[in-house]
Design a protein around this ligand. Structure first.
Ligand code: SAM
Length: 307
């Protein structure tokens, strides 16, 4: 998955993604409506009442730039002037699109460490549908052997060597035979690398997923899937066009929250996206109980010193 998405020569995000949104392979809540930008701007304003001296805003994984555009617009001229805006983006194709849209209003970085260094460690950070693009490790429960196996490509089962202490899936033994789940050591490694540099501010993490184990309720095949031209692909089709299609998995927020706690951050709130968007004129498909707004979670964390 890491190579299919991020290989420098042939990865989907590095080379082949055209754009995010109606003309791309998938849409996000950010490309569907400016209400997410308005909600994030309101969050930044509320956080800056608590930490009024903060001067940096960082978006990680900015897609076509529409979210940063709507956040800046909704902040308004007066508040916008107080902040320096940064985007952390690994895709050269998307960075070019963002630069066309946002011009000199934003500083670009290829990793969060560089953005945090410019902000002297103090920043309001947000990301939408970033975590679901991180490479996942697929595992399968064997009821006969009462243990988890890692699923390799092409499909075959292998004993895993992952430390169960950090992954709720590996400590769970109550699934039916053959249950598949995803884990994200890639996200834990990423957090472990940059959180020591984060000294002040707050982070809003928005993504699809749920607490474990309800994330896998009625999902015996797990959540791993691919998208090509707005078509959802599962099973063997996930591996059919490496580098040509997006591959994604839901986020296990039980683990995500535990890792941030482990690395010293404090969780302040956890809402659904519908809760976040309701006051900001979101379209019905983002608010209804069965829709995206309920499937997405929004977590706010602060580094320990600011909690
Ligand atoms: C699914 S898109 C979401 C785009 C945008 N946030 C939105 O809501 O429309 C994922 C974005 O994260 C970027 N990305 C993936 N991994 C990243 C990483 N490790 N650091 C920074 N950006 C990353 C991708 O290039 C892309 O811009």
């Amino acid at each position: 998955m890491a190579r299919a998405l991020f290989d420098p020569e042939r990865g989907y995000y590095t080379r082949h993604i055209q754009t995010v949104g109606a003309r791309g392979d998938f849409s996000t809540s950010a490309t569907l409506s400016p209400s997410l930008g308005a909600a994030i701007a309101a969050w930044i304003k509320a956080e800056s009442r608590i930490q009024p001296r903060l001067r940096h805003v960082i978006e990680i994984g900015a897609g076509d730039g529409s979210l940063m555009h709507s956040v800046r617009k909704a902040l308004g001229w007066w508040t916008r002037r107080r902040f320096t805006f940064h985007i952390v983006e690994t895709s050269p194709v998307l960075r070019e699109q963002q630069q066309k849209r946002l011009g000199s209003q934003v500083h670009w970085h290829t990793d969060i460490e560089s953005a945090l260094a410019q902000a002297q460690g103090h920043a309001f950070i947000y990301h939408n549908e970033l975590l679901d693009a991180f490479p996942a490790t697929l595992v399968q429960w064997s009821a006969a052997e009462q243990r988890w196996f890692e699923v390799w490509v092409p499909e075959s089962l292998h004993p895993h060597e992952i430390d169960a202490a950090h992954y709720s899936v590996l400590r769970h033994t109550a699934f039916k035979d053959g249950q598949r789940c995803e884990m994200h050591p890639s996200i834990r490694d990423w957090l472990r690398n940059w959180t020591p540099q984060w000294k002040g501010g707050a982070m809003l993490s928005i993504d699809y997923g749920d607490e474990f184990p309800q994330l896998y309720h009625r999902r015996p095949h797990g959540t791993l899937r691919a998208y090509l031209l707005h078509q959802r692909l599962t099973g063997a089709d996930i591996y059919a066009n490496p580098g040509r299609q997006d591959i994604t998995a839901d986020i296990n927020f039980t683990d995500y929250a535990a890792w941030l706690r482990e690395f010293g951050a404090t969780q302040i709130t956890c809402h659904t996206l519908a809760d976040l968007l309701r006051p900001h004129g979101a379209p019905p498909q983002l608010l209804d109980a069965e829709g995206a707004g309920s499937a997405f979670k929004c977590l706010v964390h602060r580094p320990q010193a600011c909690a």
